[in-house]
Design a protein around this ligand. Structure first.
Ligand code: SF4
Ligand code: SF4
Length: 260
């Protein structure tokens, strides 16, 4: 048993210990929200949420092969990979990356914690995406072991932009938002479908389509159609989720019949 797990390491002791043999997931999901794409994405059953969808995921590091599918498909960016096999005081951490500016392997970057605070510098060793053109990149950085469990992202470059960027072409159909509330482009939904997600609830959570103001009133039929085309199933087999009225704040006076 490792005697010196840095920071909140005791929470992830089993992952920390398993990581001496190679990449393993660290699951930092504590909110007990209704969510489970990690469970469906995991090819080995290492992450399980179970029938109570609000339960925090349970994780078995012995069953984890370090594939990173859960890292790429977790909508809360609550999973990362830790790899301590180097045994040199440095570890490899793999985090999801969705910013527009694509990082470059070999570059030195700043690594940040969950609140965006800079921790230290790190070198990008590898950048990869899931098969099928999944939208989220997996960026592996080499950092001191002492901060490895705190790393939640990389800050690629401090960008200074004065003035407007030139628009050199009109957006393609794939760039148009399927979900306007959450600003999710059609192509992002198709990329997620290429990873193999098959159920409407998982697709909804992984893409965030239907989780905004309209709660699916305007986008559910398009999402179901995309799922039907990707899986060859009929609409009834796919099912549906409950559409709620658009949500917006109102004053108590309005509810009481006044005009306030
Ligand atoms: S890294 Fe792969 S095997 Fe491990 S928990 Fe995530 S999806 Fe499952
Ligand atoms: S997909 Fe991410 S946020 Fe959702 S339950 Fe799994 S770890 Fe938590």
């Amino acid at each position: 048993m490792s005697p010196d797990i840095p920071g909140e390491g005791d929470l992830w002791r089993s992952s920390w210990e398993a990581a001496v043999d190679g990449a393993v997931a660290v699951v930092d999901c504590r909110e007990e929200i209704p969510c489970n794409p990690c469970e469906e994405a995991c090819p080995t059953g290492a992450i399980r949420v179970g029938p109570d969808i609000c339960a925090a995921p349970r994780f078995d590091p012995q069953a984890c092969n370090g594939c990173g599918r859960c890292v790429a498909l977790c909508p809360g960016m609550a999973v990362f990979l830790l790899d301590r096999r180097e045994k040199s005081g440095f570890a490899r951490v793999t985090v999801p990356y969705e910013m527009g500016e694509r990082p470059v392997e070999g570059e030195e970057v700043q690594v940040v914690d969950g609140e965006g605070k800079a921790l230290t510098g790190g070198k990008i060793l590898k950048i990869r995406a899931l098969g099928g053109g999944a939208p989220t990149l997996l960026v592996t950085v080499r950092v001191p072991e002492s901060v490895a469990l705190k790393v939640r992202g990389v800050r690629y470059r401090l960008m200074e932009r004065d003035g407007f960027r030139e628009v050199d072409k009109l957006p393609s159909l794939a760039d148009y938002p399927l979900c306007r509330c959450e600003d999710v482009p059609l192509e992002r939904v198709r990329d997620i479908l290429r990873t193999g997600l098959k159920s409407l609830p998982s697709l909804r959570r992984a893409s965030r389509v239907g989780l905004g103001y309209c709660q699916g009133m305007f986008c559910q039929s398009s999402l179901r159609q995309e799922l039907a085309e990707a899986t060859g199933r009929e609409g009834e087999e796919i099912g549906s989720f409950r559409v709620r009225p658009p949500v917006r704040p109102v004053k108590l006076g309005f509810l009481g019949g006044g005009n306030a």
